[in-house]
Structure formats: C-alpha cells, structure tokens
Design a protein around this ligand. Structure first.
Ligand code: C5P
Ligand code: MG
Length: 183
C-alpha cells in the first residue's frame, strides 16, 4: 500500500520514468479489442499474477517508446514487477544485456495497514481488487510468490527497504535518503 504515491514523488524529484506493471495491465484490459482483457481482469480480481509474456511485452513496449521519443530517458522506475518467479524469468530472458537493475525498492508494510489503505482507496478507485476478498488473495500471492523474489534480490544485496507503514511524508524522507545515495 502506497507505492503508487511514492513512485509519483520519486518521478517528480528524480526524473525517472514511472512504469507501473499494474497500470499497464489495467490499460491493456480496457483497450477495445484487446485479446487479453478478460484474462487480465480474472487474474486481477483473483489477486494472481498475469503470465509474464503479456506483462513484459507491455513493459518493453513502454520502455522502447519512451527511449525512442527521447534517448536521454533511459532510467525507469518499474513499479510492481517482478512479482513472481515467472515474472523474473521473463525479465531475465527479455532484458538480459539490455537493462541494469540498480536496486529493488521494497515498501515494507504490515498486511492489515495495506488492506486498510486499499479499502480506503476502494471507496473511489473503482478497482475490482480493492475489496477485502481480493485483498486477502493478494496478500496470499504476495507471501507465496512475491516475497521469495524479494528474498532473492536481498541475497544479491539489491534490496533497499523502507518502512511503508509510516505517513506519506515520512516514507518519502526515507526514499529520498536512498535515492540521494544511489539514484
Ligand atoms: O501493483 P498493483 O497493485 O497495481 O497490481 C494489481 C494487480 O495487477 C496484481 O494484484 C496482479 O493481479 C496484477 N499484476 C500482475 N503482474 C504484475 C503486477 C501486477 O499480474 N507484475
Ligand atoms: Mg500501483
């Protein structure tokens, strides 16, 4: 809970291009004529991770388009990816030799706080997964599939952890410390 908000601030201060895997999937879902719309909706509602072929092609296209429009814009803040082993393999296959991963910014937050924030957001977000049932499933997916990927990056010394249970401003202060040091 809160990574979208923090990413917007990082972009503002450090000039990264923000690419949210979730946002890209939601855009693709609502694109008229998308062959993946229904599949994406089912995965999102169930809190499951969409097959990487779909997600990586959306990410890669967005990165390529950004750099084609302005070759200086080659620093990306990729939000919500990789979320599982399949995501990681897809990334390695597609991006090997093309992209360097500087670090993984991990917004560490108590599950109940996350659920509370998303339920609050759900009052106006219109998101089909901001309800308690989907949120419980998302937490399950996180523990089962995402946490092991974070642990893997941790062992490579690539994780920068922020306590995301604090206020937006306090969390951002922490984020700034990290980016000032290595952004
Ligand atoms: O990151 P965000 O909360 O926007 O993700 C919402 C949902 O989008 C996830 O619960 C998942 O269903 C889907 N998603 C995915 N693969 C990703 C990122 C998000 O399938 N890499
Ligand atoms: Mg988001």
């Amino acid at each position: 809970g809160g990574k979208g908000t923090q990413c917007a601030r990082i972009v503002e201060k450090y000039g990264y291009t923000h690419l949210s895997a979730g946002d890209l999937l939601r855009d693709e879902r609502k694109r008229p004529g998308s062959q993946y719309g229904e599949l994406i909706e089912n995965y999102i509602k169930e809190g499951e991770i969409v097959p990487v072929e779909i997600t990586i092609s959306l990410l890669k296209r967005a990165m390529d388009q950004t750099m084609a429009a302005n070759s200086q814009k080659n620093k990306f803040l990729i939000d919500g990816f990789p979320r599982n082993e399949d995501n990681l393999q897809g990334w390695n296959k597609t991006m090997d030799g093309k992209a360097d991963v500087s670090f993984v910014l991990f917004f560490d937050c108590d599950n109940e706080i996350c659920i509370g924030r998303c339920l609050e957001r759900g009052k106006s977000s219109g998101r089909s997964d901001d309800n308690r049932e989907s949120l419980e499933k998302r937490i399950h997916t996180y523990l089962q599939s995402t946490k092991p990927i974070i642990d893997l990056y941790e062992r490579m010394g690539k994780v920068r952890k922020v306590d995301a249970s604090k206020s937006v401003d306090e969390v951002f202060e922490n984020v700034v410390q990290i980016f000032d040091k290595e952004g």
